[in-house]
Design a protein around this ligand. Sequence first.
Ligand code: FAD
Ligand code: SF4
Ligand code: SF4
Length: 463
Amino acid sequence: MPNMSPKKNPMPSQAPDVRNKNFLEVATGYTKEVAIDEAQRCLQCKNKPCVGGCPVNIAIPDFIKQVAEGNFSAAYDIINESSSLPAVCGRVCPQETQCESKCVRGIKTEPVGIGRLERFVADWHNAQENIEVKKPESNGHKVAVVGSGPAGLTCAGDLAKKGYEVTVFEALHLAGGVLVYGIPEFRLPKSIVQKEVDTLKALGVKVETNMIIGRVLSIDELMDDMGFEAVFIGSGAGLPRFMKIPGENLNGVFSANEYLTRTNLMKAYREDSSTPIAKSKNVAIVGGGNVAMDAARCAKRLGAENVYIVYRRSEEELPARREEVEHAKEEGIIFKLLNNPVEILPDENGNVAGMKCIKMELGEPDESGRRRPVEVKDSEFVIDVDTVVISIGTSPNPLIKSTTKGLETQKWGGIITDEKGLTSREGVYAGGDAVTGAATVILAMGAGKTAASAIDEYIQSKQ
Ligand code: FAD
Ligand code: SF4
Ligand code: SF4
């Protein structure tokens, strides 16, 4: 008989007024007993609607059945057939719009906590000692992967398991993409990402960091001179957009990317870090997406007294996940909604001394279907801030397109591919944010997987 409790087992978490002063993980994870109890809420539906909500089609009821019976190792093996990053996805997937949105239990009550169970299983697996990774025998074919985010790591892992000699070229000094430089430690501990990278290395994948493809080496050189038979581009969408308002070049104005990179990758929160962003008192984050919530929550943890989210629409239109908005509010982030910045004001030394905003109201829906924000006449006011973080979106960096022969992109920079990830250039595949624009970890992983199987088909077809 399943457990018919209407609510998910709650996720144990640090209290808001404790966690907003540290960078430790907010959610601490299910125990074995709680995981088994939650797994027993699953009805083992024959038509498995939840699986259709998962972009990589994890056999959800099958792994949950194993958890319910306490067979965690078997549960891990089932997840691992479809996902190479379960500890990551169990933490950061927008489950409420994916697998859990299709769960039958969710029609009348709360859905099964699929993401929480996936995280539990992955963490249980990672805590076991002597996990053996067998290095597959080489098939003698070389593939290059550009970028080490979830798309690149997944593609590299899948190809390595088939025996390909894979080299990942990463521009930054650490592998992991947004998982290490964007998503903060308190939502995704970096040790988890490192473990995934170590597993890939144990499979034989070479990871070359500080290698900007398009500067140090080009894709043409990789293919023409270095013997790589195919290339996968998973270079993400890391180029920040700005508002083009006066004052954006002042000291104290950051793109969210730079702000989060300094915090996550350069550890701005540690005493021994030399990055200068830690001294802010009043911080405005411009934007309302998940990236804005992460930046705001980092600013609070870095010691700012007042952190504002400045967003031009209302709470209903905030694009961030509900859970992230709630977490931000609990931690003391102040939401200044229906406000739009028009100018960042300087002090006499060229530092930020305030931000002039104008009030907005919502008009008719625009092409995105959301109500268009319209300025309220003569409603300007100034917020007292010393730091402004712009978080209004990113696009793919044009460097790779401009240095690769015959690579076609959309006007906004996204690389054009077919459904298998093949670009306009033979042997060159792409996936993840570099193709779709900013999206999600699991979609990037799915694209890496699809491309890995297409690359395998392509290379084998040439034999
Ligand atoms: P990325 O993760 O961006 O990785 C691309 C890698 O390529 C980077 O390491 C980059 O340095 C490297 N690179 C770029 N150019 C070159 C070059 N020329 N040569 C070599 N290397 C290069 N998604 C979720 O599902 N859940 C979340 O909670 C979530 N939170 C997010 C929070 C933040 C702050 C951000 C920024 C994004 C978040 N996302 C979230 C989105 C998600 O992280 C991305 O959709 C995903 O990481 C895209 O993966 P990717 O592999 O395509 O690219
Ligand atoms: Fe759900 Fe994401 Fe796990 Fe798929 S990978 S089952 S969408 S949490
Ligand atoms: Fe279990 Fe929900 Fe999937 Fe049904 S839809 S099998 S209850 S997780």
